[in-house]
Design a protein around this ligand. Sequence first.
Ligand SMILES: [Zn+2]
Length: 267
Amino acid sequence: MTPLFDAHNHLHDARLAPHLEVIVSAMRETGIERCVVNGTSQDDWPQVADLAKRFPGFVQPSFGLHPWKLDARGSNWLTTLRGHLDNFPHSGLGECGLDRWIQHPNFAAQEDVFLTQLALATERNLPLSIHCLQAWGPLLTCLRGNPRPARGFLLHSFGGSAELVTELAPLGAYFSFSGQFLHSRKEIVRAAFRKVPADRLLLETDAPDMLPPAPHRTHPLADSEGIPLNHPANLGALLNGLAETRDCGGDALAAILADNFKNFFGS
Ligand SMILES: [Zn+2]
């Protein structure tokens, strides 16, 4: 069986912590060889670093300042970020990005912080993981108007249109598919993923969030209040969902995704 790679999750999330050993065993049993664990603020970067040390080779850390976490940043955030990147030479930069979906987005500060991280990822040629909600125009302006990492960049849980795929792919974009896109109401996003060039496709859980619809929840999980969570080992079921979406075989798709993952995140 071709190994699986989760291009984006939050394995350090406090909701997963009580079951972490069992979760990681289930991931390995499913065939997951590596996952990229994304920090979102100064508060959670140390937990991502701890996981990378605890599961070397299995957890690839990524450190970034998420647009929802801007208010929590200290004046030393960039120095702290550089320090984590120095400590883990194979780390990614992210999750970062632009978001006009949240209330009171403080968009000028978002753009400033994103451009700083784009420049850092470019300077070091790091795998950059971008979150974008309702901000595609400004994101395109940022990407077109500035140097970009030579290896490209990832639009994680890409929820844009087929037209955006054709604008972003020539700039170096990879596009990762997540479980929420398997809900029946998400046909526009699935249509966009049929247009993604095969060598730019990636797959992610975004666990514990982005819960897929019931048939794709092979590994049930809930928080302490019984609210369902997305188990990171659901990745295999998401592979089948993406194969159905693109009308291709699961094994062939897994091989393509493995190559793409290693090209972008390093082998
Ligand atoms: Zn995420």
